[in-house]
Design a protein around this ligand. Structure first.
Ligand SMILES: Nc1ncnc2c1ncn2[C@@H]1O[C@H](COP(=O)(O)OP(=O)(O)O)[C@@H](O)[C@H]1O
Ligand SMILES: [Mg+2]
Length: 282
């Protein structure tokens, strides 16, 4: 045995246990510059963000402020120009290899030759889950996103909104401790969207998964989150972080409560650059 070769130390086929006290996400002084024909674009500048295990954080801000870029760096789908990213204490690349997170982006990105059920089961197959358990989990997931009657259909037989629900189910399939979501409900009608928001808060609480959730919607950010991170463009950076403090269990009634409107106002003012004058912050 040549146990001193670096290859053996750096093998990525064995899953490293996540450090138990490490945050789900730690971004430190992260910058991203895109070189384009018309010059450099500073998509992110010196972003510091820590998401605790089990915490729900929404990223909100105008188009082009770097929300998707930040999520893609966390997911190791692109590399930062400067700074460091850690997922449960591991480098982003390692966390990707270990499948430490589930992803649901704007585009459903389903495999057209697989049925709805087989698409939902994909992460389970990659995790080596047995067939019987996969079948049971797919039935659960299909129920959760309201697609029980569609598990044997193919993606092109579904509406865009239904395809997106399959993608959400797929992200949840392996019960990851971190979910990365980029406007996953953007294409859905308002009623389905609110139902899935409620489901998502319940699932996140039940599985104690941390979530980083990109959205354009202020009420959606407030309803879902423990903290709302407000970003601004040119260069993309974090300008405000608002503690929502509405408790763990989010019910439909919350949407009509004065506390909810108070937080919506706070986020709106932060987005518009006005001073936030919540009594709880003085
Ligand atoms: N692959 C890329 N090449 C060049 N510029 C990019 C690329 N991806 C994003 N950008 C630019 O980086 C900035 C941030 O983009 P993005 O993260 O998509 O913003 P958001 O998701 O907040 O709308 C924008 O100015 C965008 O045009
Ligand atoms: Mg985006």
């Amino acid at each position: 045995m040549t146990s001193d070769t670096p290859h053996q130390v750096e093998r990525v086929d064995a899953v490293l246990p996540a450090a138990s006290d490490a945050p789900a996400v730690r971004a430190t002084a992260v910058s991203k510059v895109f070189a384009t024909k018309t010059g450099d674009v500073a998509a992110l500048s010196e972003v510091d963000l820590e998401v605790a295990a089990g915490e729900f954080v929404a990223l909100i801000g105008p188009s082009g402020c770097g929300k998707s870029t930040l999520l893609r760096l966390i997911a190791d789908l692109d590399q930062a120009s400067a700074g460091t990213l850690e997922i449960f204490g591991k480098p982003a690349k390692r966390a990707r290899a270990d499948q430490d997170y589930g992803i649901a982006f704007q585009q459903a990105g389903l495999l057209p030759w697989r049925t709805v059920g087989a698409n939902m089961a994909l992460p389970l197959e990659l995790h080596g889950t047995g067939k019987a358990e996969r079948g049971a989990r797919v039935a659960e997931l299909a129920e959760l996103v309201g697609l029980t009657d569609f598990v044997d259909r193919y993606p092109d037989q579904l509406s865009g909104g239904m395809q997106q629900r399959v993608a959400i189910a797929r992200a949840l399939a392996a019960r990851p401790k971190l979910l990365l979501m980029d406007e996953p409900f953007g294409a859905l009608d308002e009623m389905t969207r609110e139902r899935l928001q409620t489901e998502l808060t319940r699932i996140a609480a039940e599985t104690s998964a941390a979530v980083v959730f990109v959205t354009h919607s202020i009420p959606e950010a407030v309803f879902l989150s423990d903290r709302v991170v407000v970003m601004s463009p040119r260069p993309g950076r974090i300008t405000d972080v608002i503690d929502i403090e509405l408790g763990g269990a989010r019910s439909e009634a919350l949407r009509e409560s004065p506390e909810f409107f108070d937080r919506v106002t706070a986020v709106r003012e932060a987005l518009h650059g006005a001073p936030v004058t919540r009594a709880s912050e003085t």
